[in-house]
Design a binder for this molecule. Structure first.
Ligand code: 13P
Ligand code: 13P
Ligand code: MG
Ligand code: MG
Ligand code: MG
Length: 381
């Protein structure tokens, strides 16, 4: 059976501030999508919450970029926005950047990760969902899952993975993408995806037979809206087992927290903390950034699950380390590298402050010549 798995997410109002989602919003969305399951338009649907964001996980046979499926998610979020407005929740309708739906939610605010595949005899998938961060947060773990044999033993042990995986990398500034095949183009891949403010992995494919392995949301709200309207808290879907990394290989990168962009006002670097569904409530300095992992077995398109995969004491150490990293970074206060570099602050309210001071700047030293590009000028080894 050929099915499509679509995950569409949005923040349509925070409870309280940016820390959580009010239960009435979750109920509204659940009821709305369950109606579509009853009508037979969707095979199944499941709703996840991480921080102040809600994700709708849907299975169906309409393919990716379906107007029907995107329309269902859009209307569900619109309904939830009505409730959020009534309760005066914070930033009601925050991620719905357009007033009218026009066929596809891409570029309209909500985040999307979708893949179409032939359901295997057993089809385990993991939906990752993060709050207070950006799509490039997935760059490091996707590399480790699909290209680093020191993390994913299957790359060595499973012959189906020996040909490696191809990564589709999006340049979020230009909208252009490039496909890089690993292991042969591993270093080119890392050269790009280490630049987290610009490049984000969009999808991963198995070289052996071209099967889709993973897909992530890559929308940049600030680039759509032209100003800061909250962070692009991302989702990602990864298929597991039998020619793909095992569930434990997919989760392993999260056992060692790393630093991602986001946190307070979307303007800070902070550790990504893997948490249970219950603990996906970022409150310390609006964070630190959280990630949940929802495991499903798909059976004839039905979503068997979710299993709360980070609800395991084996991730306690990662949570503890993330707390320590959070303390270290918080020590920096408003100073870089805790606060994001100025180029990344362009889409916050900081430019307004610079504008205010513009007239008050005066010449103290001779004007600086433009700095030349050192790479062009000299060969640096
Ligand atoms: P079990 O023997 O528990 O099924 O484990 C198999 C396996 O491959 C674990 O990675
Ligand atoms: P969200 O993107 O999760 O709404 O966070 C916005 C923010 O400013 C947090 O401090
Ligand atoms: Mg919010
Ligand atoms: Mg959020
Ligand atoms: Mg957000």
């Amino acid at each position: 059976m050929r099915i499509t798995l679509s995950v569409i997410k949005a923040d349509v109002g925070g409870y309280v501030g940016h820390s959580g989602v009010h239960p009435q919003l979750v109920e509204t969305i659940k009821e709305f999508v369950q109606e579509e399951v009853k009508k037979g338009i969707l095979i199944d649907a499941s709703v996840l919450v991480c921080g102040d964001d809600t994700a709708i996980v849907m299975t169906h046979t309409h393919g990716v970029d379906s107007e029907i499926v995107h329309g269902i998610a859009w209307r569900a979020f619109e309904k939830a926005t009505e409730v959020a407005k009534k309760l005066k929740l914070y930033g009601a309708g925050q991620d719905l950047l357009s007033t009218a739906f026009s066929g596809n939610v891409k570029g309209m605010g909500p985040g999307v990760a979708e893949m179409e595949f032939e359901e295997r005899p057993s089809e385990p998938v993991i939906v990752f969902f993060a709050d207070k961060t950006a799509p490039s947060a997935w760059n490091l773990p996707l590399y480790e899952m699909f290209a680093d044999p020191m993390v994913c033993a299957g790359l060595v042990i499973d012959p189906k993975m020996h040909d490696g995986f191809t990564f589709e990398v999006l340049d979020t500034y230009t909208g252009k993408a490039v496909k890089l095949s690993t292991p042969s183009e591993l270093y080119e891949l890392l050269a790009l995806i280490g630049t987290v403010e610009r490049y984000a992995i969009r999808s991963v494919w198995r070289n052996n037979d071209g099967e889709i392995a993973a897909v992530a949301s890559t929308q940049r709200l600030s680039l759509i809206a032209g100003k800061y309207v909250g962070k692009d808290d991302p989702v990602m879907v990864v298929r597991a087992q039998a020619g793909f990394p095992a569930v434990g290989e997919i989760l392993e990168p999260f056992a060692r927290p790393w630093i991602v962009e986001g946190w307070m006002r979307g303007s800070h670097n902070g550790p990504l903390m893997p948490v249970s569904f219950k603990n996906a409530t970022p409150t310390r300095f609006d964070g630190p950034p959280r990630v949940i992992a929802a495991g499903y077995q798909i059976a004839e398109g039905k979503l068997i699950g979710p299993r709360d995969l980070f609800d395991d004491p084996a991730f306690d150490k990662a949570r503890e380390q993330a707390q320590l990293m959070a303390d270290m970074l918080r020590r920096q206060g408003i100073f870089e590298p805790h606060r994001l570099p100025s180029e990344e602050m362009e889409y916050t309210t900081l430019p307004k402050i610079l504008k205010k001071l513009e007239e008050r700047f005066y010449e103290l030293e001779a004007p600086r010549k433009a700095v030349e590009d050192p790479v062009e000028k000299h060969d640096i080894d």
